[in-house]
Design a protein around this ligand. Structure first.
Ligand SMILES: O=C(O)CCC(=O)C(=O)O
Length: 263
């Protein structure tokens, strides 16, 4: 697939684009089966809510062949390579289940963690979000601050051991102070990132984003693949591989029906 110059411009200026219904119903079904498999696993990759329900599964592409194939899906790969103008590798992947009445995700930049903890040198990379449910303004969409990536890394971001989910999820998340959010929002506003199941978000991983609580009965699952260019590796090896890549090989496109083949 070829991105238009308008889409590339929007990615550069606003910080993200959404490709509506990029994956079809069969592909979404295959990925939902994989979510069921990995959320039932017991390992350290699976972070749970206090009631035991799954919240985040890290390293999904290392745990299940269907997710491994997702990372090589030609449509996702081609769009990402066009935006980064390079071959890419997966730095981190995760399943995010926004449980009803579950955890919030405070304002942060993914690159903030990847730079400070994993040693990724340059703020170059995409947070690819694959929507497995219809996401609207009601069921706790990701909220993004347009243009916030242009300010670079927020230096005053901090680890917050008082977060309820510090041990399970937010231990490495550098939260952005309220005053900085106020300043960025005054300049650029906030947008909910919405789309039907099968839609794909491509967000510059320096964009400031977060999500609120889901008080609806509507399920909201997003898969994330954070990718960067093959010359932009994090080599501190401070965290296990399910958090930060050890394998920097360029992703090679699989066939068009690589996911459907599992159906
Ligand atoms: O899916 C969400 O609610 C937000 C997740 C997020 O911000 C992240 O994983 O970086």
């Amino acid at each position: 697939m070829n991105l238009s110059s308008h889409q590339k411009e929007q990615y550069r200026e606003k910080g993200w684009i959404v490709l509506p219904s990029l994956l079809d119903e069969t592909e979404v079904g295959v990925l939902n089966s994989a979510v069921k498999t990995v959320t039932e696993m017991e390992g350290p990759e699976v972070a749970r809510e206090p009631d035991g329900s799954p919240h985040v599964v890290y390293g999904m592409h290392l745990l299940d062949d269907r997710f491994r194939m997702l990372a090589r899906h030609p449509a996702l790969l081609s769009a990402s390579e066009q935006l980064l103008d390079s071959k890419i590798f997966v730095h981190q992947s995760r399943v995010n289940v926004k449980q009803v009445d579950g955890s919030i995700v405070k304002w942060h930049q993914d690159f903030g963690t990847y730079h400070r903890v994993d040693g990724l040198p340059k703020p170059i990379g995409i947070m690819i979000g694959i929507f497995l449910d219809d996401i609207n303004a009601c069921n706790a969409p990701v909220l993004g601050i347009p243009g916030s990536h242009k300010h670079g890394i927020v230096s005053k971001a901090f680890l917050n051991p008082d977060s309820e989910d510090f041990e399970t999820v937010s231990k490495y998340r550098f939260d952005i102070p309220r005053e900085k959010i106020t300043e960025l929002v005054a300049e650029n506003g906030i947008e909910p990132i919405v789309g039907a199941a099968g839609s794909v978000l491509l967000m510059d991983m320096t964009v400031v984003h977060g999500s609120s609580v889901n008080i609806t009965p509507l399920r909201r699952v997003i898969l994330y693949l954070n990718v960067s260019t093959v010359d932009n590796r994090g080599e501190t090896y401070e965290r296990p591989e399910y958090y930060a890549a050890r394998d920097f090989s360029p992703l090679i496109a699989a066939s068009e029906d690589c996911l459907r083949a599992f159906g």
